[in-house]
Design a binder for this molecule. Structure first.
Ligand code: FES
Length: 117
């Protein structure tokens, strides 16, 4: 079996916004603010965002523009969120997404920052 690295090639720009305190997999984590969840987690050294439903291999953000779905995580209890499309906010509770997840029910209230709204 071949092992594939999920090491990010993205590097933070100098002069980033103030740090934001979040929870990642139930552990406190300080990340740079003023950017997407994906960019913030990558900048903090996170390289494993989800695993695939079939093989269980690790995945990390790839396109950073909402096209590839490699960045799916659970944010504040809602699974299958594209972390590259959601701005990081203080106190967010983010979990890696292990395998397939159900989408939230259609009647569930959609948070304000879903789909860039
Ligand atoms: S990194 Fe491709 S959809 Fe988020």
């Amino acid at each position: 079996m071949t092992s594939h690295s999920t090491q990010s090639l993205f590097k933070p720009l100098p002069g980033v916004d103030a740090p934001v305190d979040i929870w990642f997999n139930d552990q406190p984590l300080s990340v740079p603010g003023g950017r997407s969840v994906a960019a913030a987690l990558l900048a903090a050294g996170v390289s494993r965002f989800r695993t695939t439903p079939v093989s269980g291999s690790a995945r990390a953000p790839y396109c950073m523009m909402g096209a590839c779905f490699e960045c799916l995580v659970e944010i504040d209890g809602i699974p299958s969120r594209q972390s590259c499309m959601v701005q990081v906010q203080p106190g967010m509770r983010i979990h890696t997404q292990e395998g397939a997840r159900d989408l939230p029910p259609m009647s569930a209230e959609v948070p304000e920052n879903v789909h860039g709204r």
